[in-house]
Ligand binder design. Structure first.
Ligand SMILES: NC(=O)C1=CN([C@@H]2O[C@H](COP(=O)(O)OP(=O)(O)OC[C@H]3O[C@@H](n4cnc5c(N)ncnc54)[C@H](OP(=O)(O)O)[C@@H]3O)[C@@H](O)[C@H]2O)C=CC1
Ligand SMILES: O=C(O)CCC(=O)C(=O)O
Ligand SMILES: [Mg+2]
Length: 431
């Protein structure tokens, strides 16, 4: 049931209108979600109270999904939950379990698709003092724009040996014999479909470039595997460059332009043109193939800034990048539709079931997802307090097991390992 007090956040003339007492729906999450949510909600309420001294307050509205929902109402993702996020516009969630190889499809992905939250926004930045496996983690300052509604996450798959798979293979054999013959073992094969559209690419790349312009970032890299998947990943690259030139022509310089100038006037001329564009404050739009990207974000992190990529690449890249700045314990995210105003913020990590109900794991990812939510709402004072509290709690080396483990390996002196709830309290104390 919605809380008795509070008002709806609305979209007015394309802008969010946020009342002082907004109703914000949340999903607690499975596994470690329960512990993390408790710690995080305390931090959110404390930050709002400290920033606005009672003038603003969130009315939290718990909605059900996942294991808790199945237990209580025999439904993994009730319509009321989706409707609440639709109706109240902005929400936040903990992680939800997805079984491997069978069972229900991802509820996390379902929510993104049902609400058409086409951007998965995952900033990756370094907090001073956080232990890291790399030599210069402070060079990592990237913002991932992961396409969130297409690619293999659409879940169009046919299980090997089923009637559906046989029917699909039959169609393929009949209509596309040349392609069918490429299947190495056609009698026992699972099939997946990877849709990537121009519309989906355009809106994702538009959001990434818009962000780069608004935040004065240096470059947007289109990450793809277009050498192998020419008409999906390759098309993403092509459409991305075309959109950049068409909609942001005066604000960007693309590697497509560089190639054209090189072909016409030689490499020196192309380099000079790019240098002039950088001096004029233009954003460089470039691209990089996904496999080498995973190496270069490690070896040359300062060459990457905003990254726009498809769903699966973005999933891999966000966990890999999180490792460089201290791990998945402080990797926040938001699923956003910049047109409808709908947004659901959530951590990059999952339910880490082996630590469930031990009050152990790092609540930092959900806390920083809340920080992103506050900025999205224009509540920057509350967001700033969360960053301040987090910075100082880490500097005081009062940290959860994940950071403590790495800090001890680094020989960082006295480290106080605290529980999930205690880390939340440490953030509040240091605000
Ligand atoms: N958006 C969502 O809701 C997501 C849901 N999932 C789902 O979660 C389930 C488990 O997935 P799995 O692949 O194991 O990945 P998880 O992210 O849940 O956990 C993997 C490992 O990451 C570390 N970790 C995760 N969360 C934290 C945290 N808060 N603080 C510190 N360390 C953390 C732990 O490492 P260590 O063992 O080294 O301590 C943990 O064992 C699956 O069902 C998956 O589908 C996964 C990702 C996103
Ligand atoms: O939905 C899931 O269970 C996994 C999703 C995931 O890994 C992600 O979005 O990063
Ligand atoms: Mg993931």
């Amino acid at each position: 049931m919605a809380p008795p007090s509070g008002e709806k956040i609305t979209l007015q003339s394309g802008k969010l209108h946020v009342p002082n007492n907004p109703i914000i729906p949340y999903i607690e999450g499975d596994g470690t979600g329960r512990d993390i949510w408790r710690a995080s909600q305390a931090v959110f309420d404390a930050a709002v109270e400290k920033a606005y001294q009672g003038k603003k307050k969130i009315s939290w509205y718990e909605v059900l999904a996942g294991e808790k929902s199945f237990k209580q109402v025999n439904n993994w993702l009730p319509d009321e939950t989706v409707e609440a996020f639709r109706s109240y516009l902005v929400g936040i969630k903990g992680p939800l379990t997805t079984p491997v190889g069978g069972g229900i499809r991802s509820l996390n992905v379902a929510l993104r698709q049902l609400l058409d939250l086409y951007v998965c926004l995952r900033p990756v930045r370094y907090f001073k003092g956080v232990p890291s496996p790399v030599k210069a983690p402070e060079k990592v300052d990237m913002v991932i724009f992961r396409e969130n509604t297409e690619d293999i996450y659409t879940g169009i798959e046919f299980e090997a040996g089923t009637a559906a798979a046989d029917k699909f293979l039959g169609l393929l054999k009949q209509e596309f014999e040349k392609e069918f013959k490429k299947i190495r073992f056609p009698s026992n094969v699972g099939i997946g479909i990877k849709p990537v559209s121009k519309e989906g690419t355009d809106r994702l790349v538009r959001a990434a470039i818009q962000y780069a312009v608004e935040h004065k970032r240096k470059s947007v890299t289109l990450v793809h595997k277009g050498n192998i998947m020419k008409f999906t990943e390759g098309a993403f690259r092509k459409w991305g460059y075309e959109l950049a030139a068409r909609e942001f022509g005066d604000k960007v310089y693309t590697w497509d332009q560089w190639e054209a100038t090189k072909a016409a006037k030689g490499e020196d001329a192309a380099n000079a043109e790019q240098k002039a564009a950088v001096s004029a404050g233009k954003i460089i739009i470039k691209d990089s193939i996904a496999d080498i990207t995973l190496q270069q974000v490690l070896t040359r992190p300062d060459e990457f800034d905003v990254i726009a990529t498809l769903n699966l690449n973005g999933d891999y890249l966000s966990d890999a990048l999180a490792a460089q700045v201290g791990g998945i314990g402080i990797a926040p995210g938001g699923n956003i539709n910049y047109v409808s105003g709908h947004a659901v913020f959530e951590a990059t990590h999952g339910t880490a079931p082996k630590y469930a109900d031990q009050d152990k794991v790092n609540p930092g990812s959900v806390i920083l997802s809340g920080e992103m939510m506050f900025r999205h709402l224009g509540w920057n004072e509350a967001a700033d307090l969360i960053i301040k509290g987090m910075d100082r709690a880490i500097a005081a080396k009062t940290v959860t097991y994940d950071f403590a483990r790495l800090m001890k390996l680094e020989g960082q002196g006295t480290v106080t390992e605290v529980k999930c709830s205690e880390f939340g309290q440490a953030i509040i104390k240091h605000m």
